[in-house]
Design a protein around this ligand. Structure first.
Ligand code: ADP
Ligand code: MG
Ligand code: ZN
Length: 487
């Protein structure tokens, strides 16, 4: 049997973190910390006789995302009612966009282990979020704070084919949303959720196989686990000659399995019709151009610039561009760095400072070390006035005290012995106190040079540069040899 290829299409729901909700003046609040049902009104709780009005800022946020994804905005799009009952949806329908979405036909390039791949975006549309249910023993509670929060749905074509693909896509999209300042990316607060459509087909087959759709995946981890499980389950069925049934499935985090929820719903099940309380959404002339002009530099553009301008490796550029706050920190350090090569700053940032931040469970925004102080420290290592190992010690102390390198280096006497005479003195001192080893070295035991080198470094207490110690030691040993011909 020819190999089976996974085919995956992702639907991403991202809250647009505007000040007020999509169709009313209620505040958009942090749904994990605000007291339940405190940001609600008659509109977002679906009381009869109320009228929604579109939040212009939400439209602008949505356009930012659409344009960043190279999707084409529709001058005229239409809100529709998607009818279904659920206790978290008090109106009995969700206002969404169906036939005429806000934008369509875009793409997002992702970096995968196999190289750059272009994922086509089918549509980007506006809708409203639902409330939130809390299931207790024998009863449930509902919080409508989230009801009516602007929600953007971003749907791909079925262009993704592996776990690496979906991870790269979701990571890049999250990074874009954060860079555009429309969504915090706080997955644990549920501001970004995924649905994955999965089918298998024989490699090379142009037709799509029968898909299942996994609903409500709240983290990258759940998404990856659920899709892996579903690929394996479908592979098992197909290899056993059994069909895959088209259905909607849920994901049970505890058992690590998907479970059937219902047969796949069809569009007609929702009885979509144009929302009679809202006119079509017409984008005013110039709005798209205005939004386009205010788009910030996107993560992919940043990576390209850093790679070509600073020669950063793709890996370093990738890590640093992923979070806007990291990118800003890096740029601030560079601005203060003078002649220090950007690549050095990047390595210290990713290799050392990120380690300290992770260890402390701290975000870079709260980093006690100022970007200019990091640049200062790296500059000293580059100039050779601070050894690498001492610089790490100093960095650790900068991280706890928030000080600049200077006072710490002075306090611990860590600056390098630059004076070559002083280094030579250390060497002579070591040679004088180990005459036996020096004699053995002269008798041909060349390996003792390394041992003597270690002694000098120890005596220097890390204040000497290894290269200058090595040079001084060589000189001392050869001049000693010269002084004693015959040995
Ligand atoms: P809905 O899920 O609302 O019916 P669509 O049919 O437009 O919406 O598909 C939603 C997502 O499913 C899209 O990302 C699309 O690329 C993906 N998709 C559609 N058919 C398949 C398939 N056979 N295998 C994998 N993904 C698919
Ligand atoms: Mg769907
Ligand atoms: Zn409201």
């Amino acid at each position: 049997m020819t190999e089976l290829e996974p085919v995956i299409g992702l639907e991403v729901h991202a809250e647009l973190q505007t000040r007020s909700k999509m169709f009313c003046a209620c505040a958009v609040v942090d749904s994990t910390s605000a007291a339940p049902n405190t940001a609600v009104c008659e509109i977002c709780t679906g009381l009869p006789g109320t009228l929604p009005a579109v939040n212009a800022r939400a439209v602008e946020f949505a356009l930012r995302v659409a344009l960043a994804l190279h999707a084409v905005p529709a001058e005229r799009s239409v809100f529709a009612r998607k009818n279904y009952f659920y206790p978290d949806l008090p109106k009995g329908f969700q206002i969404s966009q169906y036939e005429l979405p806000l934008a369509s036909g875009g793409w997002l390039d992702i970096e995968t282990p196999a190289g750059t791949r272009r994922i086509r975006i089918r549509r980007v549309h506006l809708e409203e979020d639902t409330g939130k249910l809390f299931h207790r023993q024998g009863y449930s509670l509902v919080d409508y704070n989230r009801s009516g929060v602007p929600l953007l749905e971003i749907v791909t074509e079925p262009d993704l084919h592996s776990l690496e693909d979906i991870k790269a896509y979701a990571t890049e999209l999250r990074s874009i949303l954060r860079t555009l300042d429309v969504n915090s990316g706080d997955m644990e607060k549920g501001v970004m959720r995924f649905e994955a459509n999965i089918s298998l087909r024989r490699s090379g087959d142009p037709d799509l196989g029968t898909r299942t759709e996994i609903k409500n995946l709240n983290s990258f981890r759940s998404m990856l686990r659920a899709v892996a499980y579903e690929i394996e389950r479908q592979t098992g069925r197909l290899t056993a000659g059994l069909p895959v049934v088209q259905e909607t499935v849920g994901w049970n985090e505890a058992t690590g399995e998907t479970f059937s929820q219902r047969g796949k719903e069809e569009a007609h099940d929702y009885r979509y019709f144009q929302e009679p309380d809202l006119p079509p959404l017409l984008l005013e002339t110039g709005l798209v151009a205005r939004v386009q002009a205010t788009l910030p530099e996107l993560p992919s553009e940043r990576r390209t610039r850093w790679r070509s301008l600073y020669g950063l490796t793709p890996a370093l550029a990738g890590v640093l561009s992923a979070e806007p706050a990291q990118a800003a920190y890096f740029e601030a350090a560079l601005a203060a760095a003078g002649a220090v090569p950007p690549e050095r700053i990047a390595r210290w940032l990713v290799g050392e400072l990120f380690g300290l931040l992770n260890g402390a469970g701290m975000q870079i925004a709260a980093c006690p070390i100022r970007p200019a102080d990091l640049a200062d420290l790296v500059g000293r290592v580059e100039a050779g006035t601070l050894t690498v190992s001492n610089a790490k010690t100093v960095l650790g102390e900068m991280f706890t005290t928030g000080e600049s390198p200077d006072p710490i280096i002075a306090r611990h006497g860590l600056s390098v012995v630059e004076d070559s005479g002083a280094v030579r003195q250390l060497v002579d001192q070591v040679l004088a106190s180990h005459p036996a080893q020096v004699a053995e070295y002269r008798a041909g035991k060349a390996a003792l040079e390394q041992w003597l080198f270690g002694q000098v470094m120890r005596l220097a207490g890390g204040r000497a540069q290894p290269a200058s110690v090595r040079q001084a030691l060589r000189e001392a040993l050869s001049s000693a040899e010269n002084r004693q011909p015959g040995l």
